[in-house]
Design a binder for this molecule. Structure first.
Ligand code: BEZ
Length: 212
């Protein structure tokens, strides 16, 4: 890794740190992902059961992420050669090609910069962190799962779609929102509006059609 990066956990709204690293698709510069949505996710270790199930599920859903114009980048402490041997094993075992890059992070420098592990951790086999990064390189959501529970690919897809739909600031995505379902309107009323005799008590909870 060539870029110096600050060691601090990221918060929603932060610009994510740039890094350059080796990956299964060749050298990877995070700056090259500007202009598109990106899921950057860590996994505890190659050749482990839950991680393997996640990679099979993510590889099978590659078309769905592509439809959202959302790239994926995996990352772990394992070496590039381990990543390559693992995706070959996944291909032999499940018949799926992992075509998104998997970054090697042997020093855990990237994982620490992104808060994927504790800054004082001695190994990286702790948690599954997922960052949802917008086309301007801003962190829009993150999730953190333990090593013994795999992530939900449908929820990752839903979250990307929801973040994209609300990114203009005109709509809100309610609980369990899926593309095509009604959204919620951003309330912009003032006291003068809500105190009008004809105003209803549910002025703050108005739906709108998903025309995105
Ligand atoms: C797994 O992916 O199965 C796993 C990884 C690290 C610790 C425990 C389980």
């Amino acid at each position: 890794m060539e870029q110096e990066i600050e060691i601090s956990p990221l918060r929603i709204g932060d610009e994510v740190p740039r890094f350059i690293a080796r990956s299964t698709q060749g050298p990877l510069d995070l700056a090259d992902y500007r202009g598109k949505w990106l899921i950057l996710f860590s996994h505890p270790a190659d050749f482990t059961p839950v991680c393997t199930s996640e990679f099979v599920a993510l590889a099978r859903a590659a078309d769905k992420f592509a439809q959202l114009d959302c790239a994926m980048v995996g990352l772990s402490v394992d070496s590039l050669y381990s990543h390559l041997a693992w995706i070959r094993m996944i291909y032999d075992m499940a018949g799926v090609r992992v075509t998104f890059p998997i970054v090697e992070d042997p020093s855990m420098e990237i994982a620490r910069a992104f808060g994927m592990i504790g800054s004082d951790a001695h190994d990286a086999s702790s948690i599954r962190v997922t960052f949802f990064i917008d086309p301007e390189g801003i962190l829009r959501a993150s999730t953190c799962y333990p090593a013994n529970v795999g992530r939900s690919v449908p929820e990752m897809l839903r979250l990307v779609a929801a973040l994209q739909r609300v990114s203009g600031g005109d709509a809100l995505a309610p609980a369990d929102w899926e593309p095509g379902r009604d959204l919620l309107r951003v309330p912009r009323e003032t006291a003068a509006d809500v105190l009008k005799p004809e105003a209803s008590a549910d002025w703050f909870f108005k739906t709108m059609k998903d025309e995105g």
